[in-house]
Design a protein around this ligand. Structure first.
Ligand SMILES: Cc1ncc(COP(=O)(O)O)c(C=O)c1O
Length: 480
């Protein structure tokens, strides 16, 4: 990386071009810190101002980012012309849901140490402060030992509900602590929401593609679902939803407005308002899954659909499963006008949520450090997503479309039409690699040539090799 003595370009430009070259060749990888300004300047006998000008030029071009008091880092990026996956067509009529056995198989493999778990959306435990949580869990068990000998009749440990309420307030959503119920993960919150707003045989509208857990719950509750096309950029088609609402007796809409699983994008505020207005027009509730809401890569947490709610028709569900402690199974629901119904259903479902688990999370939040932890996992997720996307670009067949998540840790791929993701899943399993094939994200097994990749795993040679293997398996399916 030496400025060519005969170059006529200004020195800072030569330096910027050299660093850019190293980034493009992969010698300096996304998330890596580039040498400090001083360490760059001294051996090259250039001024500090020249290095700063080179680095800021690369910042403007999107190659570097400055982090306060830390230095310059390689910014994760994909070439601007990488196409994004496309939207599916609208579904004609609601249908009962039949979930593939593959879902259970994939989830079972998530914790298999012999498998590279690119299937289930499970972050690596090393990303979470498990030691500190273990200490707090022990202290909570000692401090609340009597609670171990009692039923947790009250679903909500008030100090935890206050912390959650305070965090929503900061994000622009007013939910008082006594409007919240603590659940066993977001899974229970979603289950209670569906049971509170529907009865067996009813129809709910879901995004397409959607989180397969919604399909599992919909099936378990004998509900019918209608898929509403959801574009990675424009998000749920309000037009298609309007048509579906006019044609069918839809009882609730199940949405992930922020960092949707699997497509990763968020609805702009105007879309959330439009959606809310449509719900009011048809007088139906929305179940909002906000489990990825805190995992934003931009400066601001995106708003909640709930913040537009004027009459309690939005049931907001979330958990600490993707941010702090999936194993503690602590989630929550702000059920709005359905509060009493959900409270009773919670009672019949699991009676209560263990106090010791709630207190552990509450103490973690109260002790401070949660925001710091969130900043660090957001950076880790973003970096892992970017590295995965770049690897896909390098190894997968030409024409593969890649989502551009603005938060979370999930990548959605649309492969060339001839590729069968179910076959890819089977072939990858023989190499101890799990992936989530597209048909799992649809009632009608659509998205046959799509794949969801879990990017919650820290980058490693094993991971890099697994992606290369997947790419080769996909290439082998191309017509010769
Ligand atoms: C969109 C979405 N909602 C809910 C869940 C389940 O959350 P929890 O682990 O808190 O039950 C997941 C887990 O993958 C998810 O992706």
């Amino acid at each position: 990386m030496i400025a060519h003595p005969e170059s006529t370009a200004p020195l800072y430009q030569t330096l910027a071009a050299a660093v850019q070259g190293l980034i493009e060749q992969g010698s300096l990888r996304p998330g890596h810190r580039v040498p400090s300004v001083r360490r760059m300047a001294l051996p090259r006998k250039v001024s500090i101002a020249t290095v700063i000008q080179a680095y800021t030029t690369l910042e403007d071009r999107g190659y570097l980012e400055a982090r306060p008091q830390s230095g310059y880092y390689v910014r994760p990026r994909l070439p601007g012309d990488t196409p994004e996956p496309r939207m599916a067509r609208a579904m004609a009529k609601p249908s009962y849901v039949g979930v593939s056995d593959l879902t259970a198989e994939m989830i079972a493999r998530a914790n298999d140490p012999k498998s590279v778990a690119l299937g289930a959306a499970c972050p690596d435990p090393s990303l979470f402060p498990t030691q500190k949580l273990a200490r707090l869990l022990g202290a909570a068990a000692r401090g609340e030992s009597l609670s171990l000998g009692r039923y947790a009749m009250n679903a909500t440990y008030a100090p935890l509900a206050r912390e959650i309420s305070r965090r929503y307030l900061q994000a622009g959503t007013e939910i008082s602590h006594d409007e919240l119920l603590i659940t066993i993960g977001c899974t229970e919150a979603l289950n209670l929401s569906l049971r509170a707003t529907t009865k067996p045989g009813d129809t709910v509208a879901i995004e397409s593609p959607t989180y397969f857990g919604f399909l599992e719950t919909t099936q378990a509750l004998t509900l019918r679902a209608i898929e509403i096309p959801t574009d990675p950029r424009a998000r749920i088609s309000i037009e298609a939803l309007r048509t579906a609402l006019a044609q069918h007796d839809i009882k609730a809409v199940l949405v992930m407005p922020n960092f949707q699983n699997p497509i990763g994008s968020s609805m702009p505020d105007a879309k959330k308002q439009e959606l809310y207005d449509l719900l009011c027009e048809h007088d139906i509730p929305a179940i909002e899954d906000d489990i990825y809401g805190e995992l934003h890569f931009g400066d601001r947490r995106p708003s909640n659909l709930k913040s537009f709610d004027r009459d309690g028709r939005v049931l907001l569900c979330s958990s600490f499963g993707k941010t702090l402690a999936p194993g503690l199974r602590v989630g929550w629901i702000a059920p709005g006008r359905y509060f009493e119904r959900v409270r009773r259903l919670k009672y019949t479902n699991t009676l209560g949520t263990p106090v010791v688990l709630q207190k552990t999370i509450s103490d973690f939040l109260r002790e401070g450090g949660y925001d710091h932890h969130l900043r660090s996992i957001r950076r880790a997720y973003q970096n892992q997503l970017q590295l995965t996307a770049q690897s896909v670009l390098r190894h997968f067949p030409a024409g593969t479309r890649i989502s551009r998540p603005q938060g979370g840790f999930i990548l959605w791929l649309e492969l060339p039409a001839s590729i069968d993701a179910l076959r890819l899943h089977t072939e990858a399993a023989a190499h101890h690699i799990t992936v989530a094939p597209g048909p799992l994200f649809s009632i009608k097994a659509r998205y046959r040539n799509c794949l969801r990749l879990n990017c919650g795993l820290p980058w490693s040679d094993t991971l890099s090799q697994a992606l290369q293997t997947l790419g080769t398996l996909a290439q082998q399916q191309l017509p010769t």
